[in-house]
Design a protein around this ligand. Structure first.
Ligand SMILES: Nc1ncnc2c1ncn2[C@@H]1O[C@H](COP(=O)(O)OP(=O)(O)OP(=O)(O)O)[C@@H](O)[C@H]1O
Ligand SMILES: [Mg+2]
Length: 461
């Protein structure tokens, strides 16, 4: 631990000297000031862990100093020094937030005990404040105080100090990328890069050169040398998103790189050593993916050293309203609309809905609600049709027909085919919004094949 420093404030040089000797002997660094005014100046220029101040001093006395600090929201611990006759005024001064007082003449033990107590208390208060902030103001952008999420925050803190590989599992939109970034940002690697690559979005051969880089002439079209994502993440973190979608052979190559902590660029035999922390994510059950031969078992064990499993939103209902309010306020600010809260019925709807697209779906729905509300209180007319259907607990078929009969959703005076097509288009649109335009996931949500989704997209859009 770095040496802690204490500012001694007293108008009598002899008293300052006495405390300096005592405190230096206890291992603290000592700064001095001859009154409250000078002490405030010292604090501008130096970091201090504790103040020990006399009560009576010219210019600015001990209580005045204490009051000014608290007015500036400075909660440094302050110990007051008092003589026998003035203990009462020291006790009074405690109400301004002094940690303790010590009575002159000093006893070395009493001073030491008071200093240690005050520093320890300040540390606990700092930690409490940090924990409170973490849950209330969105630690690393997280909103949600549910026990399930608090357990996730703890896991992030535990693993971030290490270089261990992490596998984050969770349904779409549960916050896997947010977790990966939080691990990087709270790790000693935060100064280096967080490099992210989505294995589902890139064809296998391109993914290989993206990951490992290539040398000039490695293949047709490689007319320049190129650094891969692994090298880019040197000293930092590489986030391999949707790892189960990576080509099976490429997975073997990845495993080799992870084990050997080195790689050769494609077309080169120069070995490059790596210091990269790898975080992978998947939104399907990895053990199932192993059975389906989508994920190599050996790679799974290499990555799954520290698993983090994100709970779906429907399993942490207490987070729904704080998240909804957060997103509403955020988007309201963005559009310069006022935010006037939610009608009770909306609250009920939000709580009853199973949120298949999780936090991302909630965020998108709240953005849409703010736009539709134009700054008025959010009512159920500002929510989308799927959430209303779920709220009314209607089976899918009734939901379909009720949507069909709604003049708002389907144009009037059209035949059955047009109405069905219109509805189909809407459902596809919703699924694409929910999955952030991920066709594979949208097809899963709609329970149709990816091919037929492509076909329908071509037909309707
Ligand atoms: N607990 C949370 N608090 C605040 N915002 C969150 C939280 N969880 C997720 N989000 C937000 O929801 C959106 C989706 O999160 P993220 O991209 O991390 O999900 P994901 O699990 O990676 O999804 P996918 O599997 O679809 O890639 C992001 O905008 C993210 O900031
Ligand atoms: Mg993601």
């Amino acid at each position: 631990m770095p040496q802690q420093s204490i500012l001694v404030v007293d108008d009598e040089a002899k008293m300052r000297r006495l405390l300096e000797i005592m405190l230096t002997q206890m291992g603290y660094e000592v700064l001095q000031a001859e009154n409250g005014r000078v002490a405030l100046d010292v604090l501008v220029r130096h970091e201090v862990d504790l103040i020990i101040t006399d009560l009576r001093m010219p210019e600015l006395d001990g209580i005045g100093l204490l009051k000014q600090l608290r007015e500036q929201n400075n909660d440094l611990p302050v110990i007051l020094v008092t003589a026998y006759g003035t203990v009462n005024s020291a006790v009074d001064a405690m109400k301004y937030g002094a940690s303790d007082y010590i009575v002159r003449p000093f006893e070395l033990d009493a001073v030491e005990a008071a200093v240690q107590r005050a520093l320890k208390l300040a540390k606990v208060q700092r930690e409490n404040r940090y924990l409170r902030q973490k849950v209330e103001q969105g630690w690393h952008g997280f909103i949600g105080k549910s026990p399930a999420m608090q357990a996730i925050y703890t896991q992030i803190e535990q693993v971030s100090a290490t270089k261990t590989s992490v596998l984050i599992q969770g349904e779409t939109g549960t916050g896997k990328e947010l977790v990966a970034r939080a691990i990087h940002q709270s790790s000693p690697r935060a100064e280096a890069l967080f490099v992210s690559i989505n294995c589902a979005a890139i064809p296998a051969d391109i993914l290989e050169s993206e990951l490992f880089g290539y040398s000039k002439g490695a293949f047709t079209g490689a007319n320049k040398e190129r650094v891969g994502k692994f090298e880019l993440a040197e000293g930092g973190t590489l986030f391999l998103d949707e790892i189960t979608e990576m080509d099976f052979n490429l997975q073997a190559k990845l495993l080799r790189v992870l084990q050997e902590r080195s790689l050769e660029r494609l077309g080169s035999n120069r070995t490059i050593n790596l210091d990269v922390r790898v975080i992978a994510a998947c939104n399907r059950n990895p053990r199932q993916a192993i059975v389906e031969q989508k994920l190599r078992e050996d790679l799974f064990y290499r990555l799954n050293v520290f698993p983090i499993i994100l709970p779906p939103l429907r399993e942490r209902k207490e987070d729904i309203l704080p998240l909804a309010n957060f997103f509403l306020a955020q988007h309201a600010r963005e559009f310069a609309y006022p935010f006037n809260g939610l009608e009770d019925e909306v609250t009920e709807c939000l709580l009853a809905y199973p949120w298949p697209g999780n936090v991302r779906e909630l965020e998108n729905m709240m953005e849409r609600a703010i736009v539709l509300s134009g700054g008025k209180k959010i009512s159920i007319t500002h929510l989308s049709s799927d959430i209303l259907g779920a709220y009314q607990h209607k089976p899918a078929v009734t939901e379909l027909s009720s949507t069909l009969s709604s003049a708002e959703v389907v144009p009037n005076n059209t035949g059955l085919t047009e109405q069905v097509e219109h509805l189909e288009k809407q459902l596809i649109e919703d699924a694409l919004v929910k999955t952030n335009d991920n066709k594979a996931k949208a097809a899963q949500l709609l329970d149709i094949s990816e091919r037929s989704l492509w076909y329908k997209i071509k037909k309707y859009f």
